[in-house]
Design a protein around this ligand. Structure first.
Ligand code: SAH
Length: 234
């Protein structure tokens, strides 16, 4: 089994590349893809860049060029659920693109014409294994909807919409684009995000301060996840 891991920023993937053996790197469409072994698992790691388009290009390349069996999007996010503190984790049960809006044509908010739905479901087995990882590590974890859009969320009106309209537990800028691409290709996917800020008026301060720490949390979870995936294959 070959696992694709996508992060948006260097801090979200460098710690994985650092423990990769037999690494081969190749640049495609300005994105570097690193293939090798991590904790016994054949893995492709890429730093996609910020936002949905970068995430989509990277996911599509992983699927077509590297033939990955699943894609896991790992990194940091703004917390929407009241119970979440910085460093806690949200594992997506499903994703939605909160800035996809054809409501004037009579569609629901977030509706993706073609796939004809709002929410992309994550793979249940990947979700279960990710939950096992955070439980073993003693990290407070919420499972639910992760919403993505090409916006940094730091205002009350944005926050309220994401909670009220989509039932979002965390807001970020890539996960749902990866879910969209995976759904188009029939490839399993999951999203795991450590909370770097509260997606509120403090976020312009808290995000830069806690991004590194939260990224490290997500990397430790992914390392454990890869060990589990290697074990479940045997
Ligand atoms: N130029 C900045 C941009 C950061 S954008 C930089 O490179 O540091 C924020 C990134 O973290 C995105 O990849 C997004 O997925 C995630 N993120 C964290 N908190 C977020 C929030 N409150 N709203 C949206 N995305 C958030």
């Amino acid at each position: 089994m070959r696992i694709g891991i996508i992060g948006a920023m260097a801090s979200e993937v460098d710690g994985l590349k650092a423990v990769m053996s037999d690494m081969r790197a190749e640049k495609i469409s300005s994105v570097e893809f690193c293939c090798g072994l991590i904790n016994g698992c054949e893995t492709v790691v890429a730093e996609a860049g910020i936002g949905k388009v970068n995430a989509a290009v990277t996911a599509q390349t992983m699927i077509l060029k590297y033939g990955v069996d699943c894609v896991i999007n790992s990194g940091v996010a703004g917390g929407l659920d009241e119970s979440l503190n910085i460093g806690d984790v949200v594992i997506a049960s499903r994703t939605a693109e909160h800035d996809m809006d054809t409501t004037p044509c009579g569609d629901e908010a977030g509706y993706i014409t073609g796939l004809n739905r709002v929410y992309m479901d994550c793979d249940e087995k990947l979700v279960r294994l990710l939950c096992e990882c955070t439980r073993e590590m003693g990290i407070h974890t919420e499972v639910g909807t992760i919403v993505s859009g090409d916006q940094f969320i730091c205002r009350d009106d944005q926050r309220e919409k994401l909670i009220g309209v989509f039932g979002g537990k965390a807001a970020e800028m890539e996960g749902a684009a990866i879910g969209h691409v995976c759904a188009m290709n029939g490839v399993k996917f999951a999203v795991i995000r450590a909370i770097s800020d509260g997606a509120n008026s403090d976020s312009t301060m808290t995000f830069p301060e806690f991004c590194k720490m939260a990224s490290e949390n997500s990397i430790e979870i992914m390392k454990r996840m890869l060990t589990k995936l290697a074990d479940t294959e045997e």
